[in-house]
Design a protein around this ligand. Structure first.
Ligand code: GDP
Ligand code: MG
Length: 369
């Protein structure tokens, strides 16, 4: 019997050897599915061994949204955290200074954003090295990941971070594939794709699904997916999180260096936590990327509350608002009235599934019983 690790290596070797073309596509798809299953097994074994999370990582969510700081040790995460929030996090000149996850609050335009300072991640973090499991665990539940790079090592750091996040099931800046799988009793696999599929064919889809023991199903695909994305959906447990990438310590870099880096990779902002350079701009970029909207609640027969808007995620519905306000509100809901961008006319009568937009005014009417 070979070990999980040996099986993984065998398949990775075969994948490297195999040229991808029409003739091999479905075989490659099946190999990738096998690989994903083995890696999940391996991950489960490692995480079972590495034990419980320990203190400091059960972050209580506060604020309207949360941002996790991810970067290698000593790139300036804690210094940056102190700049963005009203809370100072301990810093030091040696690695692993941050011993736990420290939350703070960043205020911006009436919105409270929770910023979470984390220990630096190192190579192998997704396999549990250097408290990697806890750090990545916090990152998984964040609304946004702020990737902090050292401007002098931006490329290598980015590669390492992307790899560790990927192995931990975090899909950065990827749209969640829209796929519905409805298992049936017979008839094989019937595929309906709304968009034209340019990266995967029917035979490969079926081969991968067979690998997950799905023989009969109606599959509806609304994203131009590739094999890896289909495997992600079948594996489940993946999270799709947007990111902002910053290069820190630019006070030490030359303009030429910065220009060269800009050409090579995506950096959303060059900053210096030490000198405060671009801090306001960073707050703005984070806020925009979080994609939040303001809803003004108007109690029945009264004026809207423009002072303290309810902060919601873009794309939210009246139901989401009800759930945020009170856990029984959905049950007591009769209808709502909306004024603003999402309303067809002022005071439009809407139900729970109505999608709201920034600066809408909303009145919720409860049924009396
Ligand atoms: N020159 C310079 N040094 C910085 C900057 N940001 C942080 N540092 C320094 O880098 C070291 C590590 O910072 P720290 O915030 O503890 O990094 P962390 O391990 O990522 O949390 C400290 O000595 C900081 O003073 C910066 O923008 N410019
Ligand atoms: Mg730190």
């Amino acid at each position: 019997m070979s070990t999980t690790q040996e099986k993984i290596q065998e398949i990775e070797e075969e994948l490297r050897r195999t040229k991808v073309n029409k003739a091999t596509e479905s075989h490659v798809g099946r190999l990738k599915a096998k690989l994903a299953k083995l890696k999940r097994q391996q991950q489960e074994q490692i995480l079972a061994k590495s034990g419980k999370g320990g203190s400091g990582y059960d972050i209580k969510k506060s604020g309207d949204s949360s941002v996790a700081l991810i970067g290698l040790p000593s790139v300036g995460k804690s210094t940056l955290m102190g700049r963005l929030t009203n809370k100072e996090s301990k810093t030091g000149k040696y690695a692993f200074t941050t011993l736990e996850a420290i939350p703070g609050i960043m205020e911006y335009e009436g919105t409270q954003v929770q910023i979470i300072d984390l220990p630096g991640i190192i190579s192998g973090a997704s396999k549990g090295k250097g408290r990697g499991k806890q750090v990545l665990g916090v990152a998984r539940s964040a609304d946004l990941i702020l990737v902090v790079l050292d401007v002098f090592e931006a490329e290598t750091h980015m590669r390492l971070i992307l790899e560790e996040l990927y192995h931990f099931g975090i899909r950065l800046d990827q749209e969640k594939p829209d796929i519905e799988i409805e298992k049936t009793r017979s008839g094989g696999i019937a595929i309906a794709s709304i968009k034209q599929l340019t990266k995967i064919d029917e035979k490969t889809i079926k081969a991968i699904m067979h690998e997950y023991k799905i023989i009969n199903a109606n599959v509806t695909i609304r994203t131009d997916i590739d094999a890896d994305q289909l495997i992600d959906v079948l594996e489940g447990n993946r999270v799709y999180i947007p990111s902002v990438v910053v290069a820190n310590k630019v006070d030490l870099a030359t303009p030429e260096m910065i220009e060269e880096l800009k050409q090579k990779m995506r950096i959303d902002l060059f900053i210096s936590a030490e000198t405060n350079y671009n801090m306001l701009e960073l707050k703005k970029v984070l806020f925009e990327k979080l994609n939040l909207i303001r809803i003004y609640l108007k109690p029945y027969g009264q004026q809207p509350d423009y002072e303290e808007p309810l902060i919601m995620k873009a794309g939210c519905t009246v139901k989401d608002v009800c759930n945020k306000l009170h856990r029984n509100l959905v049950k007591e809901f009769k209808f709502a009235r909306v004024w603003g961008k999402s309303a067809k006319h002022e005071g439009q009568r809407v139900m729970l599934n109505h999608v709201l937009q920034d600066e809408d005014v909303l009145t919720i009417i409860k049924s009396r019983n």
